[in-house]
Design a protein around this ligand. Structure first.
Ligand SMILES: [Mg+2]
Length: 348
């Protein structure tokens, strides 16, 4: 898993900064009408429309947010885009443009950066997003990636974290906990590899979990699905730090409480079996794991019939008055206070 597959090594200095940007971005396509001018001038130009513009930025640092000993560069490029698109979809908006800036040390040859950009391009092509700018520079140590995404939505369609009301239902897309367990599996294999580099890991039982960690998909389909179902969420957020802390963000910003039901948490069978193998509590993993990039939202109880039975959506609880607090209702019907144990890069 840790083998360097880049046999050819071309030094980045051979191309120079301008040659590098041109080389890396020459095959990117433009998908959106609002992109008036992409890469190739002093600025990108975005057309004014009747829509609101949404902006989000994320900075990823080697050794803090990713470990290149088991994260392939192509996957890293893909995930760096997903993390940002997910934030745009969490506002019930369409993502249209991204900028990507990277700093790399001279330990990375051109072929490595090409791999990173292959992942970025795959993400842009799959999600119909335009790469419109960015910068490359050298770093003294390691790799940094900064992505900014721009989105658009009609003013009346934008969903904030602050609109949840008592009696609203709390809904999550897909399933949760997989990405965290994928990371645990990869960390374990890395330790095994350190002791015995000849050992080829058998990851068959964890394919879904590893994919959730290394190649997450942002839920572009959910805002569209909700529009088709004629449901506008009252509040929405994406799950980057963990279900529990995201629910708390919605509750605090909306001035409400919540009850989340342990038995309703959507778990993939691989999550359940791997939790048993690692001897960890699947509820803890579901609530605190993070990096699932699913969407968590609240809807009026009057909209329940519209989403009922949809395989993409699970009702996991409901919104209460603020003075009821933020609670998990266990399978034994006990109420315990929710805690934000989400993943935090400052808490190492
Ligand atoms: Mg977010």
């Amino acid at each position: 898993m840790l083998e360097d597959k880049n046999k050819q090594r071309t030094s980045l200095s051979e191309l120079g900064e301008f040659g590098l940007i041109t080389h890396l971005t020459e095959n990117f396509k433009i998908y959106n009408k609002s992109t008036q001018k992409g890469i190739g001038d002093d600025c990108a130009v975005i057309a004014q429309t009747e829509k609101e513009i949404l902006v989000t930025t994320d900075l990823l640092v080697e050794g803090v947010h990713f470990d290149l000993s088991y994260v392939p560069l192509k996957h890293l490029g893909y995930k760096a885009i997903m993390v940002n698109l997910s934030d745009v979809y969490a506002m019930n908006a369409e993502a249209e443009q991204v900028t990507v800036s990277i700093a790399v040390s001279n330990r990375f040859p051109l072929e490595a950066i090409e791999e990173l950009y292959a992942g970025i391009q795959l993400a842009c092509d799959t999600y119909n997003v335009d790469l419109i700018g960015g910068d490359t520079t050298s770093s003294t140590k390691g790799m940094l990636i900064s992505v900014t995404a721009l989105g658009a939505a009609k003013k009346e369609d934008i969903v904030y974290r602050s609109g949840a009301k008592p009696t609203d239902l709390i809904v999550v897309s897909g399933d949760v906990g997989g990405a965290y367990l994928g990371l645990q599996v990869l960390e374990r294999e890395k330790e095994v590899f350190k002791v015995n580099p000849q050992n080829q890991p058998d990851l068959e039982a964890y394919t879904y979990l590893i994919e959730r960690q290394l190649k997450p998909e942002a839920r572009k389909d959910i805002p569209r699905l909700l529009k088709d179902l004629e449901v506008k969420p009252t509040a929405m957020i994406d799950i980057s730090d963990g279900l529990s802390s995201e629910i708390m963000h919605i509750c605090i910003q909306s001035g409400v409480g919540c009850n989340i039901y342990e038995e309703k948490l959507p778990l993939d069978p691989q999550v359940i079996s791997t939790c048993e193998e690692f001897d960890i509590d699947s509820t803890m993993v579901a609530l605190s794991g993070g990096e699932d990039y699913e969407l968590l939202f609240t809807i009026s109880i009057n909209d329940f019939d519209k989403i009922k039975g949809n395989p993409n959506l699970t009702v996991i609880g409901h919104v209460t008055e603020k003075n009821q607090g933020m609670n998990l209702v266990t399978r034994a019907n006990q109420q315990i206070k929710l805690q934000a144990q989400g993943w935090n890069s400052f808490s190492e």
